[in-house]
Design a protein. Structure first.
Length: 329
């Protein structure tokens, strides 16, 4: 299929590479002419503006937006709406607030332009591993774009199948085992990704606190015969093999501890990208308690004032999965 991609940052550029490798034709645009030129040299078609990108796409056009959430996404959607025609589709693959998706979908519906929101997880590793996709929008549009999602997603891989799931998947046509699903109407994709990121905060916080306990097992406040000088890299590595707490986040923690055992390269200043806050808001609106997720978000707020080894663990994981570099305090 042919698709336009606006935003060639850490994830957008690699998504274009994965799509091109999968046989799709990509027309690309970015504020950086160098980024456009780089991908044009790798097989994509470059463009000089949003209008130029649209002019190089055949109807019905599909344009994927991969720019920062908030105003950059809003302005890009409005700019695209000037040039797209009825039957065309805009895909927002960033981390937009799901309520903004609902509003934009209504706005574009009047122009008969389809709007699809895609929660995208995979970070800087997506080119190799594929991207887990959580999709919201009109069912017919999502089905038409299936070749795009199928190429970006990880596929079955070597992950063992969940007993019994294959039978139900065959009945309802689920693509979950391939790494992507249609979650529901407009906003559903980003809603699922929002909660995904809220859970991510909690998982990361649990690892961080555990390793902080290990780090401080030499405390002078402990009885001398109960002090332990533990090898944290060893612990992370052994947990990766057969432990019930094994995960990709633990894999990344193990990598960081091997590279920098004291995590001296991290201050522990931990940012939050928004979804954690939105998850708590959704929980409040639904009247659902979320003690762990709330506490993990508040810890990130505190980390910007006072840092512990736990925050360094959080920073290390964020850099490993998403290429997030610490902001200066």
């Amino acid at each position: 299929m042919q698709i336009g991609m606006i935003g060639l940052g850490k994830m957008g550029a690699n998504m274009v590479r994965r799509l091109t490798k999968g046989g799709h034709q990509c027309v690309v645009s970015d504020l950086s002419a160098a980024a456009v030129a780089q991908l044009a040299g790798e097989g994509a078609t470059g463009s000089s503006s949003v209008a130029d990108l649209v002019s190089k796409l055949a109807a019905p056009r599909t344009v994927w937006i991969m720019v920062p959430c908030g105003d950059p996404t809003e302005q890009t959607v409005l700019e695209l709406a000037k040039y797209l025609q009825p039957g065309d589709t805009i895909i927002d693959g960033g981390n937009s607030y799901y309520k903004d998706d609902v509003r934009r979908a209504k706005l574009l519906r009047d122009k008969q332009i389809n709007y699809v929101d895609v929660g995208t997880s995979g970070g800087v590793w997506g080119l190799e591993r594929g991207y887990c996709l959580m999709i919201g929008g009109p069912k017919e549009t999502v089905q038409r774009l299936d070749p795009i999602f199928n190429t970006l997603a990880p596929g079955m891989g070597e992950i063992p199948r969940t007993p019994g799931f294959a039978d139900s998947a065959k009945k309802n046509g689920s693509t979950a085992e391939l790494g992507y699903i249609h979650c529901g109407n407009s906003g559903a994709g980003h809603f699922v990704k929002m909660v995904h990121n809220g859970i991510e905060y909690g998982l990361m916080q649990a690892y961080a606190e555990g390793f902080d306990i290990f780090k401080n097992a030499t405390s002078q406040e402990l009885a001398e015969d109960m002090r332990y000088d533990l090898d944290l890299a060893d612990i992370a590595e052994v947990w990766r093999r057969g432990s019930v707490v094994a995960s990709w986040l633990l894999d990344l923690t193990a990598m960081a501890l091997v590279e920098d055992p004291q995590l001296a390269g991290y201050s522990g200043h931990v940012a939050d990208s928004g979804e954690g806050r939105w998850t708590i808001i959704a929980a409040i609106e639904e009247g659902v308690p979320c003690d762990v997720l709330s506490a993990s978000l508040y810890t990130r707020f505190r980390s910007r004032q006072d840092h512990t080894f736990a925050e360094k663990i959080l920073s290390a994981m964020r850099k490993k999965f998403g290429g997030h570099v610490e902001q200066k305090a």
